[in-house]
Write a protein that binds this ligand. Structure first.
Ligand SMILES: N[C@@H](CCC(=O)N[C@@H](CS)C(=O)NCC(=O)O)C(=O)O
Length: 219
């Protein structure tokens, strides 16, 4: 069964799925670039694939396109269980999902291109204020993650114990986003520690946005 990933180097949601694929040892047979800076996500070809005009989309074999990074990652976890990306116990799963959703549901949607473009074109928000907006929501999530990760007993070498999980995948994408918007992460030592532990793992390293085709050679 062939696997096709619709991707763009800078997309943080695609970054999450790339990490999960790499952790599962799955290499897509085809990677289709949808250049978000050129508006390819709004073209007729991609509209037929993903009516939300957002990345990523994964096509696994003959099935319909899979969208939404967290849904895709849970699908991968259920169809390729090794290594597991969610804990075995319900409370552990709730904790991991809640950390993941702080990034994927609460913070990341506020800084995607369609939101920044609406701020610019419809509301006339100048560039400096748009950047401040993104930095604010990135830092808000990093601060809340830091409080939880430094204060909760469930934290270990990674977000939840000593095994990599969905929460680490999301945390790493949030730290990459902080890098894109030059948000200082030194106030978040637990976040940094875990992100560094993840970056030592090959699957995380190879999935990094700056290691993808089309990415600038300097950050
Ligand atoms: N909740 C979605 C977010 C998808 C999303 O907004 N992706 C961004 C890139 S990270 C995108 O393609 N945005 C296109 C746009 O905003 O025009 C997920 O986790 O997959």
């Amino acid at each position: 069964m062939s696997i096709k990933l619709y991707s763009f180097w800078r997309s943080l949601a695609t970054h999450r799925v790339r990490i999960a694929l790499a952790l599962k040892g799955v290499t897509p047979d085809e990677v289709v670039t949808i250049d978000l800076t050129k508006g390819d996500q709004h073209g007729a070809a991609y509209d037929a694939v993903n009516p939300m005009h957002a990345l990523p989309t994964l096509v696994d074999g003959d099935g319909p396109p899979l969208v939404q990074s967290l849904a895709i990652i849970e699908y991968l976890d259920e169809t390729r269980p090794d290594p597991p990306l969610l804990p075995a116990d319900p409370r552990g799963r709730a904790r991991v999902r809640s950390l993941a959703l702080m990034v994927a549901a609460d913070a990341h949607p506020l800084m995607v291109p369609r939101v920044r473009e609406y701020l610019e074109r419809e509301l006339g928000v100048p560039e400096a204020a748009r950047t401040a907006w993104c930095r604010h929501w990135i830092a808000t999530a990093l601060g809340a993650l830091e409080r939880r990760l430094s204060g909760e007993a469930g934290t270990g070498r990674f977000c939840h114990g000593d095994a990599v999980s969905l929460a680490d995948i999301c945390l790493v994408s949030q730290v990459a986003g902080a890098g894109f918007f030059s948000v200082d992460t030194t106030p978040y030592p637990s976040v940094r520690r875990i992100a560094e532990a993840c970056s030592a793992i090959e699957a995380f390293a190879t999935a990094h946005p700056l290691r993808q085709p089309g990415a600038p050679t300097t950050a």
